[in-house]
Design a protein around this ligand. Structure first.
Ligand SMILES: [Zn+2]
Length: 117
């Protein structure tokens, strides 16, 4: 059986004890053989050890989001797929029409609930 090789910066689903909910975490460090050793929570910033073979398995969220549509209204926790940035997860609604979305490389602020003229 091949072991999955991971790189830092990848996303994994993990339960955050601080936030009290499961969310996508950023892989913070890996071993030379590509095993995840620690991850950090994008919301509260908590860095925690990652146990291989724990209840969590990896990589991109199972549900890849629907294509990003700025006229839609998003809620925290939803996934979307941006044509340029890739798959992201809505971390927070900042203003009525602005959301912070975590993409594989970094957090980006996007518009939502945009009204068409
Ligand atoms: Zn957290």
């Amino acid at each position: 059986m091949d072991e999955q090789i991971h790189r830092s910066g990848e996303r994994v689903e993990k339960f955050c004890a601080v936030c009290g909910e499961e969310r996508g975490h950023i892989v913070a460090s890996v071993t030379k053989s590509g095993r995840i050793t620690s991850v950090s929570c994008p919301k509260c910033g908590t860095r925690s050890r990652f146990k291989a073979g724990a209840e969590v398995t990896a990589r991109a969220p199972a549900r890849t989001g629907a294509p990003y549509d700025s006229t839609r209204t998003y809620r925290a926790g939803q996934s979307l797929t941006h044509p340029v940035f890739g798959v992201g997860e809505v971390m927070a609604v900042i203003e009525p029409q602005k959301i912070d979305v975590l993409f594989p490389d970094r957090m980006r602020r996007l518009v939502h609930t945009r009204t068409l003229k």
